[in-house]
Design a protein around this ligand. Structure first.
Ligand code: ZN
Length: 115
């Protein structure tokens, strides 16, 4: 198991989790394409988030069931929260993990634009 540590650009938000990352989901929907997300998913309790009080804001759209959190200071979207088959899930933006070689990760394309 590898411990992955990520953060927003200004450092107000820090995330960490354990696992092995070899693939990332890239989606072409109106939101993901704008933010350039490269995502991996895990149960919500597997993701640790450290942030100063009030550092995070959230963007919700469409059905408003996904919490797209981002740092209020630098705007980076490190992670989000949602639900999959009744389970609370976390989505992590792999672009916010500096030690990860994102060019070595297999991309799994999702056609979110057609959903
Ligand atoms: Zn920040």
């Amino acid at each position: 198991m590898t411990t992955y540590e990520g953060s927003c650009h200004c450092g107000a938000v820090k995330i960490s989790f354990e696992g092995e990352i070899d693939t990332a989901m890239v989606c072409n929907c109106s939101h993901c394409r704008r933010k350039g997300y490269m995502l991996t998913f895990m149960p919500a309790d597997a993701l640790k988030v450290e942030s100063a009080d009030g550092a995070l804001s959230s963007y919700k759209f469409h059905k408003k069931v996904i919490d797209h959190t981002f740092c209020k200071t630098c705007g980076c979207a490190t992670h989000g929260w949602g639900e999959m088959n009744g389970n609370k899930m976390a989505a992590v933006n792999l672009r916010c993990i500096p030690a990860l070689d994102i060019d070595a990760i297999a991309i799994q394309k999702v056609d979110g634009a057609s959903f």
